[in-house]
Write a protein that binds this ligand. Sequence first.
Ligand SMILES: [Zn+2]
Ligand SMILES: [Zn+2]
Length: 186
Amino acid sequence: MSNISKELCIRLAEARRAKGFRQTELAAQVGCTQSALSMFEGGQPTKLSDETVKKLSELLEVPLIEQENVVDTSDETQLASVGIPVVHGFCPNCQCPSNVPYVVSGRLFFRPSRNIASPNGGKRCTQCGEVLEMRCPVCGAPLNDGACCAVCGSNYVTPVVPDGIDVSAYAQSRRAEIIQLRELGL
Ligand SMILES: [Zn+2]
Ligand SMILES: [Zn+2]
């Protein structure tokens, strides 16, 4: 596929990592070789056929739209028209129990809960009082479901944890704490 940008290849690679797929697994699912996928992810869109790229886009839920010229990413109606589900509000505080940590390939991510804000409702987190973010803090696009912005690939919640911490152990114990808090109805 030659008519997509290097940035979009990289966005698809980020989405694969965020979903926890290995290159070999994903290549098998879309019917290409691991090495072709690897070159594609490295920014060579012509290494995969149009059909394969479409399958990747569907599996990884990354629409094949370019950031600047096709869709105005600050326009919720346009995003919805290309299949990016728009959601409202997340708490940017990584210590907040509304954000659930998980680890993919040694990297820490936080998946925000979306039920803490309504489109017209409060502007502060009901759990910790932090001011909610209603858009991607990096590119300003409307929010999508998941831990990362579908438009620019940034994490919504920035992990702030001590250097050198074992992120898997951290995420595991933090998830256990969050489950306890939810069971207590806090
Ligand atoms: Zn919060
Ligand atoms: Zn973004």
